[in-house]
Design a protein around this ligand. Structure first.
Ligand SMILES: Nc1nc2c(c(=O)[nH]1)N=C([C@H](O)[C@H](O)COP(=O)(O)OP(=O)(O)OP(=O)(O)O)CN2
Length: 290
């Protein structure tokens, strides 16, 4: 007998990619369980499927940075004593990425790349060990939201958030809808999709100088932004290429980003009025005008 649950959850996370850098993603999870019927004549109660599997996915992937642990660019250094992990992703041409964070900030995918297939396998191995005996098989499918129109992938961290959004590198794949003088404007939507294609959005107030960091990455020149802050889960540090980042004067909540976009459009085209629908992952977001 097979049992299916579609749209079990959305995983919002980021990953390191040799070509694209830091990529924000939102993947929808569907599952199929194979098993015999239990004493309740069920493969597994839907409420248990939803709660248990979502809890595992939240614990192991959601709001984390996924590291392709077997890629040649990846270096991982664990400081067990201080409960910190440093990751150096040594891309060429001064596009290296460096982090020093509490261990919960990362998920290590033992593969050459972070892909739907490798994350699927990683999660399958974890979830399998948490299923009751009558459930013998698990199929996990990951998919992107179908988006008609422009979208972008961004990564950020919300240092004031009391949950996992405080992690400095988690992200989303987000649709954007813009109205200029009451008409939908694909031109402006394309503008943001291009500007924020694979972007790290940092708050200006989190910028630090190298002497303020615990990590001492081997970075030459002035090609990187350095960000650091302390939240309830610990100290988070990130060095990321400036050319793959954008700075805002506020926090990077979706409310602030929607307002940033509307204000930026007004600055570039003062004669028009704007309304921006900025999504944060799938099915939610903020609306701002200028
Ligand atoms: N009003 C706002 N609330 C939250 C914001 C925000 O910008 N404005 N941002 C976040 C985080 O960035 C987070 O990544 C949002 O992800 P989400 O998946 O919604 O968080 P949850 O884990 O709580 O939801 P699940 O559906 O359980 O995954 C948080 N809030």
């Amino acid at each position: 007998m097979q049992l299916f649950v579609n749209d079990l959850t959305v995983m919002d996370f980021s990953y390191l990619c040799p070509q694209r850098g830091m990529v924000g993603e939102s993947w929808i999870v569907d599952v199929i369980l194979d098993g015999s019927l239990n004493e309740e004549s069920m493969v597994l109660d839907f409420s248990k499927v939803k709660k248990r599997l979502k809890a595992l996915i939240d614990e192991y992937v959601d709001h984390k940075l996924l590291i392709p642990a077997e890629h040649a660019y990846t270096r991982i250094e664990r400081d067990e004593q201080n409960e910190r992990v440093q990751v150096d992703f040594l891309r060429p041409d001064e596009r290296s990425i460096h982090l020093n964070c509490p261990p919960e900030a990362y998920a290590f995918i033992y593969a050459n790349e972070v892909s739907m297939a490798s994350v699927q396998e990683y999660l399958k191995q974890i979830i399998k060990t948490h299923l009751p005996e009558n459930v013998q098989g698990l199929t996990l499918s990951l998919r992107e939201e179908k988006i008609d129109g422009p979208y972008y992938h961004y990564t950020h961290g919300l240092k004031k958030h009391d949950g996992n959004c405080q992690r400095i590198a988690h992200g989303h794949r987000s649709k954007v809808v813009v109205f200029a003088d009451g008409q939908q404007s694909v031109r402006w939507e394309d503008y943001w999709a291009k500007r924020w294609c694979d972007i790290y959005i940092g708050s200006r107030e989190d910028l630090v100088t190298a002497d303020k960091l615990i990590m001492q990455p081997d970075i030459s020149g002035d090609e990187h932004y350095l960000f650091a802050y302390e939240s309830s889960q610990g100290i988070f540090e990130l060095a990321i290429p400036k050319c793959e980042s954008d700075l805002v004067d506020t926090d990077s909540t979706v409310e602030c980003l929607a307002q940033f976009m509307a204000d930026e459009q007004k600055r570039l085209a003062p004669g028009n009025s704007f309304k921006v629908f900025a999504f944060e992952g799938v099915g939610k977001g903020a609306i701002a005008g200028a």
